[in-house]
Design a protein around this ligand. Structure first.
Ligand SMILES: Cc1cc2nc3c(=O)[nH]c(=O)nc-3n(C[C@H](O)[C@H](O)[C@H](O)COP(=O)(O)OP(=O)(O)OC[C@H]3O[C@@H](n4cnc5c(N)ncnc54)[C@H](O)[C@@H]3O)c2cc1C
Length: 319
């Protein structure tokens, strides 16, 4: 079986074991998050070539330097690997605001040299672990904005809801991900479907599109199973009054709904209303099941695969 050589130590891989699993089995401290090749927390660098699958989703600049995702890498030959020189950033908490009892708006200072596109995500680090959070702010705003949902017993959400206060410092990664607005096709219709804090990236992307003069329709469907998950409703309705090409539909999948809220799942309501998605650009964020169903539904309704951008909010896998 192939071996891993890290910092002079040799580790023997088991059959079909990933590099990440092998390192964790040997109790090597290594960053990781979703273990599904999305969050890119487990990025490592190899001296030689790595399997193609282990570089899926990485930027070309990283690929040519043999960076790879440890969770996706099952090498067929020995690998000499090292931890990347990580460009991490420190930011200060500017404010924490409860948008509902279940969702907090966390604003951070912008560290020097930190660059991003609205809708990308960053990884926060805490107690040797990391979690991804999407960027809802615009680069010309004087803060980074994250929307964090309370997850019962969740390490990071508990830390953010209970321990973080104004002035505290947090460590974070560079911005990552491909889910953002690119100008160039100003008249193209945009469909956005998000559940829970899946609204965060869409809030950033929609504002970015409007700020960049997007003229085509922008249809935002926000879903939650509970009323407390449907945050920022007043502001989003206000956008509709200000921008004739923007529409917003709040969808609640369980229980009695308030005035102006549609009963049902966001993905089903969106696909009932927008039946022909040929030529549309689609953004899907939040619950991984919803994202999967919506990818399929949007493709079947005519959207091209290259025009579907998605960020499933996969929970961090436990070790
Ligand atoms: C690309 C990406 C972007 C993300 N963006 C955001 C964002 O903008 N805002 C945001 O709030 N979250 C976002 N997430 C999810 C976030 O990274 C964390 O997974 C989430 O905050 C829970 O972390 P935690 O440490 O509080 O819970 P953990 O300690 O990881 O989990 C505690 C328990 O809750 C379970 N659990 C975790 N998440 C969920 C869930 N969603 N539903 C049900 N059970 C769950 C776990 O399996 C575990 O049993 C994103 C994830 C990804 C991959």
């Amino acid at each position: 079986m192939p071996r891993l050589i890290l910092e002079g130590k040799v580790f023997h891989l088991k059959e079909e074991e990933s590099v990440l699993d092998c390192l964790l089995r040997h109790e090597i401290e290594v960053n990781y998050g979703c273990q599904a090749g999305v969050c890119q927390s487990c990025l490592l660098q190899s001296e030689g070539e790595v399997p193609e699958q282990a570089q899926k989703g990485l930027k070309e600049t990283l690929r040519v330097q043999n960076y790879f995702l440890a969770c996706q890498c099952q090498p067929q030959h020995d690998l000499v690997i090292k931890r990347p020189v990580q460009e991490n950033f420190q930011a200060e908490v500017i404010s924490l605001e409860h948008l509902t009892p279940e969702v907090v708006r966390l604003r951070l200072s912008i560290p020097e040299g930190f660059q991003y596109r609205p809708g990308q995500f960053l990884n926060l680090f805490h107690e040797g672990q990391s979690r991804s959070y999407s960027l809802a702010s615009l680069p010309n705003e004087p803060f980074l904005e994250l929307h964090v949902r309370r997850v019962p017993g969740g390490l990071f959400s508990q830390w953010i809801f209970q321990d973080l206060t104004r002035g505290k410092r947090v460590e974070m990664s560079a911005a990552q991900g491909e889910c953002f607005y690119t100008p160039g096709r100003a008249g193209q219709p945009l469909l956005m479907i998000g559940t829970g804090t899946g609204l965060a990236p869409l809030y950033g992307i929609a504002r970015d599109a409007l700020a960049q003069g997007h003229t085509g329709p922008i249809r935002l469907y926000h879903g939650s199973s509970i009323p407390e998950g449907l945050y920022l409703q007043a502001e989003l309705r206000e956008w509709m009054a200000r921008h004739s090409n923007f529409s917003y539909v709040a969808c609640q999948s369980r229980g009695a709904v308030a005035d102006g809220v549609r009963a049902g799942r966001a993905v089903e309501i969106a696909l009932q209303e927008e039946r022909d998605l040929k030529g549309w650009r689609v953004f899907l964020c939040g619950n991984p099941e919803m994202v999967k169903a919506a990818q399929r539904g949007c493709f079947l309704a005519g959207a091209s695969v290259q025009d579907i951008y998605s960020d499933p909010f996969l929970p961090a896998a436990s070790s």
